[in-house]
Structure formats: structure tokens, C-alpha cells
Design a protein around this ligand. Sequence first.
Ligand code: SF4
Length: 325
Amino acid sequence: MNIQTKAQILEILQMPEEAFRRDIMPLAADACREAWGGRLLATAMLGYSNICKNQCLYCGMRAGNNTLHRYRLPAADIIASLRQARGYGFTRAFLISGEDPKYPFADLLQIVEAIHGMGMFLSLATGEFEPAQYAELKGAGADEYVLKFEMADPVTFDRLNPSTNFQKRMAGIRAVQKSGLQLASGNIVDYPGQTLEQLADDILLMKELEISWAPIIPYMPAANTPLAQEGGFGSTLLNLKEIAILRLMMPKIKITAQQPGEDKKKGLADPAGNLDAIHAGANLLFCDLLPEARARDFRVVDERNLTGTAHLTQLAEASGLELWI
Ligand code: SF4
């Protein structure tokens, strides 16, 4: 199925659930199987600092949320944790943090060099940097950088992200591309007030940016955030539809498979929700390296529940795919 236009995207976004599950999801799952050789990817993920100077209205780690216990892991602990993951066989690492200006950049470069030296593919999501810093990260051995545009609508972006602005975010995205790092980017799906037209524009922007990974989840209201006052959970069906559309438009990208199921309390690692995402063409799961008590404080959204590896094995079995760590 060849999807190129906004009208074609909107047609799927507006499709009744039954027709979407019957006619579109199997095509997307086949496209994923073909592009990735029937493999389900897993990445070792470490949220190494939950300190953030920013005030994004939807994020549980925003600076204004005083209910979190804040922490910052030293370089030696991060390297040791990834070395352990490498020992378990993981070949991909994902380091993520709040936008923490006090985390020494020299330490981050040292961490990147060490993980690169372990032979791991390294993705980073550590906020907005100066353009030259992306090039330094690439030079130290990083492979991919996650900088989400969150929404293609500049007015909404500027309202929900008061610590930066859309122009600056897009300049950062261009700088990531220029540095030679692969670009992971995407949107928040079905946040309060988002229209289907806006969602279609987000999908078109992901295509235009030639992203390597779509780190997308439906909007989940986080405790103590202003946006949680404006509306509840985003639609998992719309998230499934975006996954399928992206897979059919860009068969070779990675797409996050961690979406909630019907019982939102089970969080992002609910096997039912994850399996639905895999059946829609998603192919990337995570193994959280943080100890469970600390993982609760790394809370962009509530109920992430990603610790351990049992869910990876279960999902590979349930989907009939081969787990590739
Ligand atoms: S989304 Fe990222 S930059 Fe924004 S408040 Fe949360 S951790 Fe900070």
C-alpha cells in the first residue's frame, strides 16, 4: 500500500476500528516482517538523570514538579550498568535524561566513548544542545539522537514547551542531521485538543525528516502536570493507526512498540498493548536498567513499568518474532 498524501493518511485515521484491524494492520505487520527479517528489537535503556530545567506542560519530570526524588548518576555507574547489559548480550543502548545543564558534557562524551568501545549501537535523548555538541557526540561514537518535534503545529508547540520554541527545536533537529547522527523524532499522539489534521501533519513531518526511529506513544496524563488538567489518555487506536501508517510509508524505520492496553494502570509495558502495537507494525521494545525503586522517579509519564526482560521474551513468543537484543 502506497501512502503519500495527507488525504490518504486522514482516510486511515478516520477509518472504523474493525476495518482498520482487518485491512490495514496485517499489511503493516507484513511490511515490518519483510523489512526487519521477522526480528523484534530490544534496547537496554538507562534514564541516568531525572533533573530537568524545562517546564514542558505534559511531562512528569518538568522542573516545577516537586514531588519527584531527583537523582543524577555518575559516569562510572552509567558505564558499569551498560557493561553489565552488554554482558547479558544487549547490542543496543539508549541513554536518556532530562535537560540537565549541570551534567558535565565532558562526562557525557566519556560515557559515549566507553559504550561505543563496547561495540554497542548508542542512541541518546538528553535534550537540546548547541549544534557543535551533536557533532562532538557523533565524534565520540554516538549513533543516533532522539529530538522529538512533539507536534508540527508551532503555536501548540510554543504553548506546551515554554522553555524553548518550535524554531529552535527544528534548528536542533537539522543540526542533529547535519552532524551525521541518525535522527529519531516524532510526536505526541492524541494530546488534549489535537485534531486529526494536526496528527496527519505530524506524520508527514516525520516522513519529510527521514527519521530512523519513531519514539511514539499515545498521550498519557502525568501527575502534577498542567496538561493533565486539560484532558485524559490519548487514544491507543490512533496510536496504532499512526504506527501502521508510518510502517507502510517508511518500512525500514524502528517504531516503539511500548503502548498501553485497555487497562491504562498497567502502563507502557502492558503485554496486551505492546502486542497490539507489534501487530500494527511496531518493532522496538526496551529493557530498563534502572533499579525498580529509582525507575519510578524517571517519570516523563506515570506507570512506565519497563523493568526486567521477561516481557521481551513473552512478546517475542506471542508475536512469533525472533527477539534481537
Ligand atoms: S519533556 Fe524532556 S525537556 Fe521537557 S520537561 Fe520533560 S524531561 Fe524536561
